[in-house]
Design a protein around this ligand. Structure first.
Ligand code: ADP
Ligand code: TRP
Length: 324
């Protein structure tokens, strides 16, 4: 019998999660738990590159775990863990850094983007993709489901796995591949990629007036309700298509094309759907937040499994390098 695929992905606990994280990552992760051995983790070491507030980091870690569980991650099927509970990845990072070409890291677009946005150019941020490669390689991962923005990082992990194996003449690392989900690019309220760092998010756990403000604030052009409009050019429609049923989605697309649907009305329909789709998730999240020790126990058990894998991989890597 062939081995089941090993699937792994991570999310940084750097803020409250939004529809881009849900449709681009979490929903895909939850679906994939049926298809292979799945490992998902909270990338708290990575978050240190952008967050300098211990209290906020602790809160975001719990929030990310709650979000995964509320969105349907089943701890009996998938392993959920906290990156910093597997310190072996930091040692593996050093072994990988030692074979990392400078030019490969200098070409990483995410580093350049972040620095251009004002994040200090620190060595942790620069070497971020190598820590990410260690996360992936430490679990003998076959497939990494990610959004488009992370593809280059998975390619770096591939390159480093192959280079390390070549440099040491040993089959130490399994070479991973990325996989894009159905919604690799969710637009934010300003039409650009939805991202915590752009302040254009609609958060999964936003409700009431706060949610209404975000949805009603989606930027639109100056077309009047009577104008015929291209649905695909509208952020409102593109978000609605994610939360509505196929029939509801097609009905809105037809009304955009025919003219007669104003942006205000479309936004209200979107708001209603967001509330409907996330009602159960929000209720489950409330129950989980009321019982943080249960969440902590899930993370602890996940860490044991992830750590056992990481230890075995690190042992292979150390042996290949000549470390005892
Ligand atoms: P952010 O850009 O808000 O900081 P992260 O970089 O923490 O989000 O992303 C966590 C996961 O969610 C990644 O797998 C990423 O690809 C996915 N993701 C984030 N924003 C989007 C988006 N707008 N569309 C699709 N996927 C996204
Ligand atoms: N860099 C990823 C992000 O910002 C998070 C991450 C860290 C990750 N390590 C990973 C994703 C390993 C997939 C695999 O979204």
């Amino acid at each position: 019998m062939s081995q089941p695929q090993r699937i792994l992905s991570g999310i940084q606990p750097s803020g409250r999660l939004h529809l881009g994280n849900y449709f681009g990552a979490i929903r895909e992760h939850v679906r994939l738990q049926e298809q292979g051995e799945s490992y998902y983790f909270i990338a708290d070491y990575h978050a240190l590159t952008s967050l300098r507030d211990a209290k906020a980091l602790r809160a975001h870690i719990l929030d990310t775990a709650v979000t995964y569980l509320a969105c349907g991650l089943d701890p009996a099927r998938a392993v959920l863990f906290r990156q910093s509970d597997v310190p072996e990845v930091t040692e593996l990072t050093w072994l990988l850094l030692s074979v990392s070409p400078m030019a490969m890291l200098e070409n990483a677009v995410s580093y350049k983007d972040k620095v251009a946005r004002g994040i200090p150019a620190e060595a942790g941020l620069f070497t971020y993709p190598v820590l990410m490669a260690a996360d992936i390689l430490a679990q003998d991962t076959d497939v990494v489901p990610v959004g488009r923005d992370q593809v280059q990082h998975v390619e770096i992990a591939r390159d480093l796995a192959a280079k390390f194996n070549r440099d040491y003449g040993a089959e130490v690392f399994r070479v991973p591949d990325y996989r894009l989900g159905e919604a690799p690019y969710v637009p934010g309220t300003d039409g650009a990629k939805m991202s915590k760092s752009y302040g254009n998010t609609i958060e999964i756990f936003s409700e009431g007036k706060e949610l209404e403000k975000a949805v009603m604030g989606i930027k639109t052009d100056s077309a009047t309700p009577a104008d015929k409009k291209d649905p695909e050019a509208s952020t409102i429609y593109r978000l609605y298509a994610l939360v509505a049923s196929p029939a509801e989605r097609d009905a809105m697309a037809d009304r955009f094309r025919a003219g007669g649907l104003g942006y205000g009305e479309a936004k209200k329909a979107l708001l209603g759907k967001v509330n409907e789709v996330f009602a159960d998730v929000r209720a489950r999240a409330r129950a989980l937040r009321a019982d943080p020790s249960r969440v902590e126990e899930t993370l602890r058990r996940g860490a044991e499994r992830a750590r056992a894998n990481a230890r075995a991989v690190l042992h292979r890597a150390r042996t290949a390098c000549g470390l005892s």
